[in-house]
Design a protein around this ligand. Sequence first.
Ligand code: ADP
Ligand code: MG
Length: 253
Amino acid sequence: MVELKNIKKSFGDHIVLKDINFSVGKNEVIVIMGPSGSGKSTLLRCITFLEEPDDGVIRLGEFELKAGLPQNKQRKNTIRELRQNTGFVFQQFNLFPHRTALENVMEGPIVIKKVDRQQAQEKAIALLSKVGLADKMNQYPAQLSGGQQQRVAIARALSMEPMVMLYDEPTSALDPELVREVLLVMKELAKEGMTMIVVTHERGFAKDVADRVVFMENGLVVEEGSPEKMFDTPTEERTKQFLQVVSEKKQFG
Ligand code: ADP
Ligand code: MG
């Protein structure tokens, strides 16, 4: 479903991604962990060319894009397809502040997919109900808790019917008591077969939901494997040190 081949990215002379290779199958859930500054966010941004890699190839379903080639119309179209088929959920929820929850979720399909208003509204209602916000649809973001805002953001990403959902530390900005409601929604989506790449340090979520855990450091994938292997019997010393420090308190479920 998603494939990253030899992805490299520098900012000036700072090499942030050295040579990243991994792939995510349909219905798979990948959790990426690693110290701050290891390149996790840059990697997610590279998947949608929000950050253009210096080198390498990104494939999403039938769309394939090689980095470092001159811009042309076909390339722009492919970048648009990559973005439209990817749901991105950020640490900061990034909702439109002057639109209600419902309007936030309707926006993408109406503006980008030219879906008619009635249809977009019906779908948005269904999605907000799915994330447990049927009674909050007409609230503005400022009237919602962080956990509720993040669930609106998830519904908004789903409204575009993405092939894959990318989450960049979706619960890191939340008060501890609000983390669980967001993880539960993500877990539910995973159960329904959504393909997901999740940057998170929620070890309990990773254990419960991830098919594979990828440990990154200094722009490289140090090790990847099943959650059991990665948490209990990692091969690399660095993986062991880091994943054991990730708070055992952050249990999920
Ligand atoms: P992580 O998400 O793992 O914490 P990031 O991908 O955000 O790591 O950042 C990796 C490194 O790249 C950091 O040293 C960061 O300062 C640097 N970086 C990220 N984005 C930019 C940018 N737009 N310009 C310059 N440096 C950047
Ligand atoms: Mg980050």
